[in-house]
Design a protein around this ligand. Sequence first.
Ligand SMILES: *Cc1c(COP(=O)(O)O)cnc(C)c1O
Length: 354
Amino acid sequence: MEIKVTLAQTNRTRPQDSALGFGNVFTDHMFVMDYSKDNGWHDARIEPYADFSVPPSAMVFHYGQAIFEGLKAYKTPDKKICLFRAKDNFERMNRSAKGLCIPQIDVDFVMDAMKKLIKLEEKWIPETLGTSLYIRPTIIATDPFLGVRASYTYKFFIILSSVGAYYADGLNPVKIWVEKEHVRAIRGGMGEFKTAANYAASLFASEEAKKNGYDQVLWLDGIERKYIEEVGAMNIFLLIGDELVTPILNGSILPGITRYSVISLAKKWGMNISERKISVEEVFKAHEDGKLTEIFGSGTAAVISPVGEIRYGDKVISIGDGTPGETAMKFYNALTDIQYGKAEDTENWLEVIG
Ligand SMILES: *Cc1c(COP(=O)(O)O)cnc(C)c1O
């Protein structure tokens, strides 16, 4: 399929790297294509970033048939544009699509379209270490219809956002709130798919946690509310004695690409890494026994986010000494060194696109 390009008539400039936050500066262009039963994915185009015209009856607004991805392009010190495991994102998008009855995309085609868009928007990629171009591929259901069924038409789009360093002043450990009542997802539901609805489901508890002075929610499993699943929109790792534990994928946990990367590095470094069920009681017991030395989250936005405090009902425990743990830092440095081309890419995760 050919990609039609319409250039924007604008000379906007990128804000200074130090003024960038997360997800509020968008670039000049976007990639869009449409799907219909008769034509499949068609009308692929790069066009000026602008409002869409979608009818109020579009199914996405009523029944939430929407999926997305989140990945980044990085500028290395020698000005190369790099992607980190990008194909994994689009393969995951196809798994999410299947789960929500959305048609599959051609991974190689959308990868090419994305690269073309990124190269066109090169001036929007910030260059300071820790900054990046955040990439948001999304698919929404567009049938103008109020009956309940999977839509027959869809819109796929990729928008780009210049983002600042997640940690402007170092990796500060976050405080997390173990959520006892609300759940994010359940096995058999949509937890393993990257869909808008999972975020809607997380808001109430996140707001409650914030009101109580906590940064993120630690989600427990939706059935017994006993086993740890994720932290905020990140996967979670715990260092207990010499064992690095992450919850095993059970259908309600999002299979993070950063999670896979941490597991691979841990194996490579000869660490004792396990993917298994871990209950919140076990975590508190490990703390009591003096064995719980670190907890950290993993995800594309923050890479690694150390946890400094957990609250579960009226029990509060501190992890570490208020500074990021050694293991969290080791993973953070190893991953960012690969992403910014500062270390040899021994795992073949990086793709230089320009
Ligand atoms: C995207 C996401 C993650 C992290 O996945 P990465 O591929 O590592 O960015 C973790 N949990 C949830 C709920 C997510 O949506």
